[in-house]
Design a protein around this ligand. Structure first.
Ligand SMILES: Cc1ncc(COP(=O)(O)O)c(C=O)c1O
Length: 404
């Protein structure tokens, strides 16, 4: 839209006398539909967290191209996918070019072989069966589908801090009140504070009763994994309140002590818990996309209706099954060779991460808040990065990082 001011026009006949005139464009109003914005989405405060972290990281890199950034943004993987897994996917892709090997829409719940392999690899002795497993395109997508299953009338509790998809999907579903700027929390959500003081496990005696409890172990972002004793308390708490736990075990394979890898290791959990999990962090499937959700047949709504039947209805309506190529990859992950390679890869990543954490921890504990300005003068690149990020550190709080 032109806003021409003070143009000299000399074209004869157009204006009797050459001179100055003003041409001011009328303000343009964009066409709008008659559809009102979903008020629940309008409650969201900002974009989803991780794209925002990536944007700030890119801006930082543009300003400090030599900075070595330890990204604490989206939990993407860095190791290439082992060949035994990609070969299986390549074969399945090629087979799709043959009459015998072609397959179209799969079962919405996942291929029978994959459901059976997940049940036996992860829940062998826990009484979870093939029919309880719903194979999906990833845990995040299942979290959204679970919210659709629960609807907008439920109340939910969530660890604080935790993976942002639980709260955001709850807001979008309309389960929450407005965002409170002073407390930085949404109304109607029960935030279960997890911090060093309580060993990153909430004080359940101070947590209000809700219908749904999202619980992630090992937790993103704290990394804390709940012990058997803590999970036993959580299951009992859910039972006492008649709640359903949505247990996110996306990082369970990273557990190296005897903390449970599945909520179903806790007696009675099948009656109160759904578990959602993923191949993303085990096999580098963040881009391939494959996960699963366990909805045990023992889990019932208050009227006695099986939760799994409704989840099956959601999955059949909103999903057409995970990609057949991804499922071939998942099956290869769960072969004896695939499982062995995944464990070795994770152990390697674990050691590398532990080394980085030790390096960062030693830098962090060397300085206190008052000395932050000294950090920038340090040669150590990590100290420099921390300072340029304006990170604040608690005086005297020395984090304890177990060895690799
Ligand atoms: C705790 C947690 N759950 C789920 C996901 C998403 O997993 P997926 O890639 O299977 O969607 C992530 C990804 O970062 C995560 O951190």
């Amino acid at each position: 839209p032109a806003l021409l001011v003070g143009v000299r026009v000399k074209k004869p006949g157009f204006l009797k006398k050459p001179g100055v005139f003003k041409c001011v464009a009328t303000p343009q109003t964009a066409y709008t539909s008659n559809v009102s914005r979903n008020p629940n989405i309008a409650k969201l405060q900002a974009g989803y967290l991780f794209p925002e972290v990536a944007r700030r990281r890119a801006a930082h890199m543009a300003k400090y191209p030599d900075a070595q950034v330890i990204s604490l943004g989206i939990g993407d993987t860095t190791e290439p996918i082992p060949d035994v897994i990609t070969s299986a996917m390549a074969k399945r892709a090629h087979d799709l070019s043959t009459l015998e090997g072609y397959s179209g829409y799969g079962a919405e719940q996942g291929e029978k072989k994959v459901r059976a392999a997940v049940a036996s690899a992860f829940y062998g002795s826990l009484g979870i069966e093939e029919g309880d497993i719903f194979v999906s395109d990833g845990a995040k997508c299942d979290i959204a589908r679970l919210q659709m299953l629960f609807g907008s009338d439920v109340t939910m509790a969530v660890q604080d801090p935790s993976y942002p998809a639980y709260v955001d999907s709850s807001v979008i579903m309309g389960q929450t009140g407005q965002y409170q700027k002073d407390s930085e929390k949404y109304g109607k959500i029960e935030y279960m504070r997890c911090n060093p003081e309580n060993g990153f496990f909430p004080d359940l005696s101070a947590v209000g009763k809700t219908e749904i409890i999202f619980f992630c172990s090992p937790n993103n972002p704290t990394g804390a994994s709940a012990t058997r004793d803590q999970l036993t308390k959580l299951v009992q708490f859910a039972k006492d309140n008649g709640s359903i736990i949505v247990y996110d075990s996306a990082y369970a394979m990273y557990i190296s002590d005897d903390s449970p890898r599945s909520i179903y290791e806790i007696p009675g959990a099948k009656e109160v818990a759904i578990e959602t999990a993923s191949f993303s962090k085990y096999a580098g499937f963040t881009g391939v996309r494959l996960g699963w959700t366990v909805v045990p047949k023992e889990l019932l709504f208050s009227d006695g209706f099986p939760v799994a039947k409704d989840f099956n209805r959601i999955v059949s309506t909103c999903f057409n099954g995970a990609s057949n190529i991804s499922q071939a990859g998942g099956l290869a992950c769960l072969s004896p060779e695939g499982l062995q390679i995944m464990l070795e890869t994770m152990s390697k990543v674990h050691h590398e991460l532990a080394a980085v954490i030790h390096e960062v921890a030693s830098v962090i504990t060397e300085f206190d808040v008052a000395e932050q300005s000294h950090i920038a003068r340090e040669n150590n690149h990590i100290a420099h990065s921390l300072a340029t990020y304006g990170m604040t550190m608690a005086v005297g709080h020395k984090a304890h990082f177990p060895g690799p």
